[in-house]
Design a protein around this ligand. Structure first.
Ligand code: PEP
Ligand code: MN
Length: 358
């Protein structure tokens, strides 16, 4: 039985995004089993953003996972998204089930799956919902707890976001940090593959997760990532997986439970929250500048001056009022807005000065 809490950190789960054929599954499994990895993952039923993409090999892939078990001794896990998947996976002897990010976002689906495993002795891993809503994640976990599942693990795979980012899914580390605060006993595993979306970010995201005290990592691994049928850009070879794990620096976890819960969040966790909020602020300032530039183009075409004093006074007045409600000083709000406004004017001036081409 998977026992993440009492295993040596990091607890690693590895295997391809999707099971594609028997040879790919078994070869990948054999190679990673040599590195002492205890749990093998592979998606059989793949939820895809648009129809027509590779949607998984379906039930026949379960036989390949059975072979992985018998030939390597690793435990196996796959994603289940409905009761039929659960039934087939359990019948095939899948050791651990995982709930995907799209499913976690849907309480009806989560409840149905939880009902179908009620009272069973099966470990369940629950990915965060694609939208950045901690209550939805907690809710999914609670549905399985209420169904009597005791071996539950959360998987942090990042959140979809509409601001530009180097990540495929924004990590928003403050959310799993908050999950840990609310559910102290729950093991948390990071899925750097779906956060990163590309190989060159995997090491740093994995390291971050270790520094934030996560129990483990789930990393997509494929014998030939470049020709993978799904998530090719983020999968790595078994060799690279080994290198990534060897390069991790595993620091000591903080000693025992503190008598002062208010101090339990580590400095690293608090700094991470600050970085995340700065990230969000700059993402929105970027969006604001893009709109300011569009306004610049409109003003240019309609021959209106850049500075519109009444409009600006109104913005400042609204912001100062809002700031007061939020406990921010007038001085700060005004200085901050002036600085943003100056940058907007500069960017609009650039547009005015640009000569029209064509
Ligand atoms: C996966 O693990 O391959 C997967 C589909 O993940 P997610 O549900 O996090 O998108
Ligand atoms: Mn994937």
């Amino acid at each position: 039985m998977m026992d993440i809490k009492n295993s040596k950190r990091p607890f690693i789960i590895a295997g391809p995004c999707s099971a594609e054929n028997e040879q790919q599954v078994l070869e990948t499994a054999k190679q990673i089993s040599l590195y002492g990895i205890k749990v093998f993952r592979a998606g059989i039923w793949k939820p895809r953003t648009r129809p027509g993409n590779f949607e998984g090999v379906g039930s026949k892939g379960l036989n390949w996972l059975k072979k992985v078990k018998s030939e390597t001794g690793m435990q196996v896990t796959t994603e289940v998204a409905n009761t039929k998947h659960v039934y087939e996976a359990l019948k095939a002897g899948i050791d651990i089930l995982w709930i995907g990010a799209r499913t976690s976002a849907n309480p009806f689906a989560v409840q149905e799956i939880a009902d179908s495993v009620a009272g069973m002795n099966i470990p369940v891993m629950i990915k965060n919902p694609i939208n950045a809503d901690i209550d939805l994640w907690v809710g999914a976990i609670e549905r399985f707890q209420k169904a009597g599942i005791t071996n539950i693990t959360a998987i942090h795979r990042g959140f979809s976001s509409f601001t530009a980012s180097k990540y495929r899914n924004e990590p928003m580390w403050q959310i799993p940090i908050e999950l840990r605060r609310r559910m102290k006993e729950l093991p948390i595993i990071c899925d750097p593959s779906h956060i990163s979306g590309k190989r060159n970010l995997l090491q740093s995201v994995s390291q971050k997760a270790m520094d934030l005290n996560y129990e483990g990592l789930m990393i997509e691994t494929h014998i030939n990532p470049d020709i993978a049928l799904s998530d090719a850009k983020q999968q790595i070879t078994p060799n690279d997986l080994k290198r990534l794990i060897d390069n991790l620096i595993i620091r000591h976890r903080k000693p025992g439970d503190s008598d002062f819960p208010e101090y339990e969040e580590t400095l690293e966790e608090l700094r991470t929250k600050i970085d995340e909020y700065d990230n969000i602020i700059f993402g929105y300032i970027h969006k604001r500048m893009e709109v300011a530039k569009d306004i610049g183009s409109v003003k240019k075409k309609s021959k209106i001056t850049i500075l519109q004093p009444e409009r600006w006074n109104q913005i400042v007045k609204n912001a100062v009022k809002k700031g007061e409600e939020l406990g921010l000083s007038n001085k700060f709000v005004t200085a901050f807005l002036n600085s943003v406004h100056q940058e907007s004017i500069n960017q609009q001036t650039n547009i005015f000065n640009k000569t029209d081409e064509g």
